[in-house]
Design a protein around this ligand. Structure first.
Ligand code: NAD
Length: 255
């Protein structure tokens, strides 16, 4: 009997990097569940990628445990199981201003979404992922490893994700593999519901400072997710994969 198509749940999958991952997996024959809190982005995603047999879009906030419980139940019922989870939802704006003026509520919201949301999603999907020898991918950032000024809350939330990833990997192996991806600069403007329809082209400086010769795209990240959930990555556990066009390997001392 033919195997049913595998099922992947992508948080924040209605726009930006997440939408790129959603498109990639739909094109690769997976059934995809997108969980996102932005209804405009969900509507746009349905219009652009809509495939009622293979794409389920659920509005939910990953930082709210009741939302997570009901979304996971709906996803598993629709997909008849779950093979992979991508914890991609995040408040992607790193700049929260000077530490002296950083409000506790701003700090807390980044922790709640970027870090606690990942914990909640893992907690409630693990029983289903175990049944399929599944895989978890957490979307961290190169800002877990290096910083610009005024990014304490974002950097700390993403650093926490690296630690959460290796803790999950050790607790859940060999049934479920957990790894993280740390993207560098990924140009998501053409993939966002609220961005201008014709974003200004990036400059030659933007591109050429990268050893890759260009800024990243959501496809660059989707390709790494595809590898990490594949059987070829079955010996890859608890690692963080930097996908940044080489930027964090470049020395930047000025003459
Ligand atoms: P984005 O803002 O385009 O997409 C983020 C998505 O997450 C949105 O659809 C948003 O609605 C959703 N989301 C936010 N809070 C949520 C919540 N509480 N519950 C459910 N959904 C929620 O951002 P992006 O640039 O595509 O970033 C995606 C991920 O990649 C983020 O975790 C971000 O930190 C990380 N990242 C992005 C870059 C980059 O250069 N774009 C670099 C490094 C890391």
């Amino acid at each position: 009997m033919a195997q049913p198509p595998p099922v992947i749940l992508i948080t924040g999958g209605a726009q930006g990097i997440g939408k790129g991952i959603t498109a990639h997996f739909l094109n690769s024959g997976w059934r995809v569940v997108v969980l996102d809190q932005d209804t405009d982005a969900i509507d746009a995603c349905r219009m652009d990628l809509g495939d009622p047999d293979n794409l389920l879009l659920i509005r939910a906030d990953v930082s709210q445990e009741e939302d997570v419980i009901s979304a996971v139940a709906e996803a598993v019922e629709w997909g008849e199981g779950l093979d992979a989870l991508v914890n991609n939802a995040g408040i992607a704006d790193p700049d929260t201003g000077p530490i002296e003026k950083l409000e506790l509520a701003q700090w807390q919201r980044r922790m709640d979404v970027n870090l606690t949301g990942t914990f909640l999603m893992a907690k409630h999907t693990v029983p289903h992922l175990r049944q399929r020898q599944g895989s978890i991918i957490n979307m961290a950032s190169t800002r877990a490893l290096q910083s610009e000024p005024n990014s304490e809350a974002y950097a700390a939330s993403k650093g926490g994700l690296l630690a959460l990833t290796h803790a999950l990997a050790i607790s859940l192996g060999p049934d479920v593999r957990a790894n993280s991806i740390s993207p560098g600069w990924i140009d998501v403007r053409a993939w966002q519901a609220h961005a201008p329809s014709e974003p200004q082209p990036l400059s030659a400086t933007d591109h050429n400072q990268h050893p890759s010769g260009r800024v990243g795209t959501p496809d660059d990240i989707a390709a790494m997710v595809a590898y990490l959930v594949s059987p070829e990555a079955r010996f890859v556990i608890g690692q963080n994969f930097v996908v940044d066009g080489g930027m964090t390997r470049k020395m930047i001392y000025q003459d």
